[in-house]
Design a protein around this ligand. Structure first.
Ligand code: RBF
Ligand code: MG
Length: 305
């Protein structure tokens, strides 16, 4: 990369979830970029290495690649390097990775990574290896400590766990933004319309759905956020169907099939239940909507938007 001949400041990692810990690293990277008048560069992999190395135990990812790119763009990072992660690349030793992929190609003057960073084949390179290689090559290095929110560590694995338990509000604190899913609206069974609560059914590439249940959500369509309530579940009242993510959007009348939308999960309202009659379900959904409005107006007051 000839335009990097003058050097850069660099961080590397998988950055799944792009949580508060990652955000801390990127803030440091940007302040170093400003001080040194060098471009900020984020070096990451696609696909996530674990999908190649151990697909059978690969955790579902918090973000899609597109979301990760968007989040990095919002942080105003100058350069993003997406290294294609292949079985062959996985065999690179820590030393060769450092010399060839980092030094030779990218000319970093400063490197920052999180406390748990590992690199090179079999993850043989750790923080000590990195510090040694940086020292030998006169590159400044800064290891960022774990980031705590109260008693909780901002980590991708804890965030996955919280989402899988439906604790989207707790995940939100560690992410420093609500968990969101992107996708396209597909045609459902039209039963919602019959019940008086039409729903927009989401087809998504996000790998994690929050636990089955009913959530207060914000629904973003054409750059506008609508208050909404989302059911993640199997509609047991009508016989157990496939897992669906369906949102009742308050005050939205028009047909939005095929539209691209984003659903922000703010807080869980309750578990999904099997009702003895449609009337009971309808009554419950009415109360869910009120609850969602309360939660969302409180949320918006606090977050100005
Ligand atoms: N279906 C259920 O069987 N049990 C529920 O507890 C339930 N809660 C819902 C809450 C909301 C806010 C919404 C929008 C839907 C809910 N549904 C539930 C799904 C409902 O059965 C579904 O929207 C219609 O059957 C149309 O697919
Ligand atoms: Mg529907």
């Amino acid at each position: 990369m000839p335009f990097l001949k003058k050097g850069c400041v660099l961080t590397m990692g998988n950055y799944d979830g792009f949580h508060l810990g990652h955000q801390t690293i990127l803030s440091l990277l940007k302040s170093q970029s400003f001080k040194r008048k060098l471009p900020s560069l984020v070096y990451t992999f696609d696909p996530h290495p674990v999908k190649i190395l151990a697909p059978e135990i690969a955790p579902p990812l918090i973000n899609t690649l597109d979301q990760k790119i968007e989040l990095l763009q919002k942080m105003k990072i100058d350069i993003l390097v997406l290294e294609k992660f292949t079985p062959r690349f996985a065999k690179t030793s820590p030393e060769v990775f450092f010399k060839t992929h980092l030094m030779h190609h990218l000319h970093p003057h400063f490197i920052t990574v999180g406390y748990d960073f590992t690199f090179g084949s079999k993850r043989m390179g750790n923080i000590e290896t990195l510090e040694r290689l940086c020292f030998e090559n006169q590159i400044d290095v800064k290891i960022v400590d774990p980031k705590m929110v109260g008693q909780k560590l901002a980590s991708s694995s804890l965030i996955r766990k919280l989402l899988e338990q439906g604790k989207v509000d707790k995940a939100r604190e560690l992410l420093n933004r609500p968990y969101f899913m992107d996708g396209e609206i597909i045609r459902g069974e039209q039963r919602g319309t019959m019940l008086g609560f039409p729903t927009a059914n989401l087809k998504t590439k996000n790998e994690i759905s929050p636990a089955v249940g009913v959530y207060a959500t914000l629904f973003c369509l054409n750059h506008k956020n609508y208050l909404s309530a989302t059911n993640v579940g199997h509609r047991p009242t009508f016989g157990k169907g496939e897992l669906a993510i369906e949102t009742h959007v308050f005050g939205l009348k028009k047909n939005i099939y095929g539209k691209k939308v984003r659903v922000f999960f703010i807080k869980k309202i309750r578990d999904e239940k099997k009702f003895d009659s449609e009337q009971f379900l309808i009554r419950q959904i009415r109360s869910d909507i009120n609850k969602a409005k309360q939660i969302l107006s409180h949320y918006r007051e606090k977050h100005a938007g």
